[in-house]
Design a protein around this ligand. Structure first.
Ligand SMILES: NC(=O)c1ccc[n+]([C@@H]2O[C@H](COP(=O)([O-])OP(=O)(O)OC[C@H]3O[C@@H](n4cnc5c(N)ncnc54)[C@H](OP(=O)(O)O)[C@@H]3O)[C@@H](O)[C@H]2O)c1
Length: 347
């Protein structure tokens, strides 16, 4: 079951409609009406009556203030939300505290002092430790509260976090995002959510402050799976693009012109147009760290393995990301994977 909704009334309507269409089928056999409802445009995005913090006196926690978490929390604060932050490296909290955010010294204290807590961590390990470790968010959770994990993790990790949060009586929503640093800054992310529908409804106005659209995908694990499928495709596209640029250059074509030609044809993609010009100059300003793209390839390959789905292209692409990591490019943008193809074997 897949539901896209911009307004809660849409989601209620289509959730019940979808449920009545396929009430008893096993999940993997259910028809998936992947339909996009027309996007509702908010010209007054942050201060609209639908996204006003005044109508949501909820106290919001935010854990993890990296490339993505910082601008997301920033947008919540700008919209007038009551935000409390925590980050492992405390100094990253300071600019947000200057903007009016409160600070607590542990994820558990943030969760205890807030109604809803968002988490944007690096990977499954950090998502687990921040949610369920000592002084983790679960230690501050109780009935009536909610935990929304925006990190990109695998389904089994999300399921474990869900179980720990549920044990406290609180609600859980996984909500990984599609979109990178700039969409995070611009409040243009795409949320891929799954888990407690009532929490989804409760936090939808916050998702609308941080994003341009949101999908409710049903059971925990579906949001993670959607995110991994999307990033697996993205990771493979990037390696193919890198190969093409280098091949073209080697046979005497101007790579700048290759980027321009691609941008005008059927395989044009914002990613190629955005990253191509800097890749041609061997520059990789970090929007999406290469180490996270490799993590997503690894998790996507694990997902494929779990259902015996063949993914040879993604497997080959993953090898290139690993080579790039071994050359110290982990913290560069994932477009630096092109460097893995330039590596010369010594005689
Ligand atoms: N960047 C993108 O374009 C993008 C787009 C969509 C989704 N994502 C996903 O979103 C998540 C965050 O991405 P990002 O780009 O913001 O990454 P990032 O800049 O590397 O930030 C990672 C965050 O996780 C924290 N962290 C890492 N290990 C930790 C640990 N052991 N304990 C506690 N905190 C820990 C970091 O804290 P410190 O500051 O102390 O290191 C930081 O706050 C990842 O899952 C990524 O795959 C990223």
């Amino acid at each position: 079951m897949l539901i896209l909704a911009r307004g809660a009334n849409y989601s209620h309507h289509y959730a019940s409609m979808a449920a009545s269409f396929c009430p008893a089928l096993p999940h993997h056999l259910k028809p998936t009406p992947i339909s996009r409802f027309p996007k509702v445009s908010f010209s007054f995005k942050v201060f609209s009556s639908q996204t006003s913090a005044d109508e949501n006196p909820t106290r919001v926690g935010f854990l993890g203030l990296g490339i993505m978490g910082s601008p997301m929390a920033h947008n919540l604060i700008k919209a007038g939300c009551d935000v409390t932050v925590w980050n492992r490296t405390k100094s990253k909290c300071d600019p947000l505290i200057d903007l009016g955010a409160k600070y607590k010294a542990s994820p558990g204290e943030v969760a205890a002092s807030c109604d809803v807590t968002f988490a944007m961590l690096a990977d499954p390990e950090s998502a687990m430790v921040v949610a369920c470790g000592e002084q983790g968010a679960a230690s501050g959770m109780s009935p009536g509260k909610g935990y929304v994990d925006i990190s990109t993790v695998d389904g089994p990790t999300s399921t474990l976090i869900n179980a720990q949060i549920k044990e406290t009586g609180a609600l859980f929503l996984e909500a990984p995002v599609s979109g990178s640093k700039k969409p995070a800054e611009d409040g243009q992310l795409i949320f891929l959510t799954a888990g407690d529908k009532s929490l989804y409804d409760k936090v939808s106005s916050y998702l609308d402050i941080m994003g341009k659209s949101r999908f409710y995908l049903g059971d925990v694990g579906n949001g993670a799976a959607m995110k991994l499928v999307v990033n697996m495709i993205m990771g493979s596209m990037m390696t193919s693009f890198a190969e093409g640029l280098l091949l073209g250059e080697k046979v005497g074509l101007d790579p700048t012109v290759i980027v321009e030609v691609i941008s005008q044809g059927a395989i044009s993609a914002p990613m190629f147009s955005m990253k191509g010009p800097s890749m041609v100059q061997s520059k990789y300003p970090t929007a999406f760290p290469l180490k996270h793209q490799q993590k997503d390839m690894r998790l996507a390959l694990g997902l494929a393995e779990s259902v015996s789905q063949s993914t040879p292209i993604a497997a080959a692409a993953n090898e290139l990301y690993k080579v790039a990591k071994s050359h110290g490019l982990s913290d560069h943008d994932f477009s630096a994977v092109i460097e893995a193809l330039k590596v010369k074997i010594k005689d």
